[in-house]
Design a protein around this ligand. Structure first.
Ligand code: PXP
Length: 276
């Protein structure tokens, strides 16, 4: 597979739907200059909103803030049970996201229809189960290979959507991803992020490193995500080569609570004091 063609194909996915005439050029230059991009997952802003049945905090507003702050794109996971992001969020996001629009989803017919209808730039396919708190594992490529080839890939490819497969750092899963001609794999970093000991953490970093090298050699773009945070990101970046889009959600929203809370409480306290 020609890596350069593959790379350009991926970059150009959102080109036709952008209305700002300057943006595609910016986007092209930006993408060529930067290998590693942060994609912000905004699911947990929606989790918070849904907890009270309110309209705030709005995940779409979070997407705008994230891009303004340097995110190269936005990720959201429209789950079958709609526990956080909802269909109308997806349509509103499509209108405002200026960078990469990464639609994370289970490979169901319903999701394929929504994703192709909205023309995501990138689809990240993940396994999904109703009982899980978050995406627990990567895809078992041996199990899904035939179904992906026959049912899942054709409509996504036909709609011009680049495909990324969420897989663990396993050589078999990566080899099958390349065989299916996915554009990218997203390496599951959960085992690294949740490692209980230093030794396990080192082993996991090595597995991720080997997986990234293999994926790159097979012409796949190397994305990564799950459980990355301010404590574990640096060793990850130091050890794993060829990284492109790095998706982070929970840790950013968690950190933002404390970065913003002081200002927010002060603002309300000042209003109340001023009316003493
Ligand atoms: N990538 C994938 C495929 C995911 O399922 C998730 C979790 O929604 C993430 C990245 C982001 O993980 P986290 O919220 O732990 O940063």
């Amino acid at each position: 597979m020609d890596k350069f063609v593959n790379y350009n194909y991926y970059l150009n996915k959102s080109y036709p739907v952008r209305e700002d005439p300057v943006r595609p050029l910016n986007r092209f230059i930006f993408s060529c200059l930067t290998m590693r991009n942060l994609l912000v997952n905004i699911d947990h802003v929606a989790t918070l909103r849904n907890a009270r049945g309110e309209t705030v905090p709005d995940p779409v507003k979070a997407a705008i803030v994230a891009e303004k702050a340097g995110a190269a794109g936005i990720v959201f996971h429209l789950r079958e049970d709609r526990r956080h992001i909802r269909d109308e969020d997806v349509f509103r996001l499509r209108k405002v996201v200026r960078g990469l629009f990464d639609f994370e989803m289970a490979p169901t017919d319903e999701m394929i229809e929504i994703c192709t209808g909205i023309k995501a730039d990138l689809v990240t396919l993940v396994p999904e189960s109703r009982e899980e708190l978050t995406t627990e594992g990567g895809l078992d490529m041996r199990k899904v290979k035939d179904d992906f080839r026959q049912r899942v890939f054709p409509p996504l490819k036909q709609a011009g959507i680049a495909i990324s497969l969420f897989v663990g750092p396993s050589d078999e899963d990566i080899a099958i991803s390349a065989e299916l001609e996915a554009e990218a794999v997203e390496l599951h970093t959960g085992s690294y992020a949740n490692a209980a000991t230093e030794q396990v953490r080192k082993n996991e970093l090595k597995r991720l490193r080997d997986a990234a090298v293999q994926a790159h050699e097979l012409g796949l773009r190397v994305n990564a995500g799950h459980g990355l945070n301010f404590d574990n990101i640096q060793p990850f970046l130091d050890h794993v080569p060829h990284l492109a889009d790095i998706s982070i959600g929970h840790a950013l929203i968690a950190d933002a609570v404390f970065n913003g809370l002081e200002n927010t409480v002060r603002r309300m306290a000042d209003i109340i004091k001023a009316n003493d």
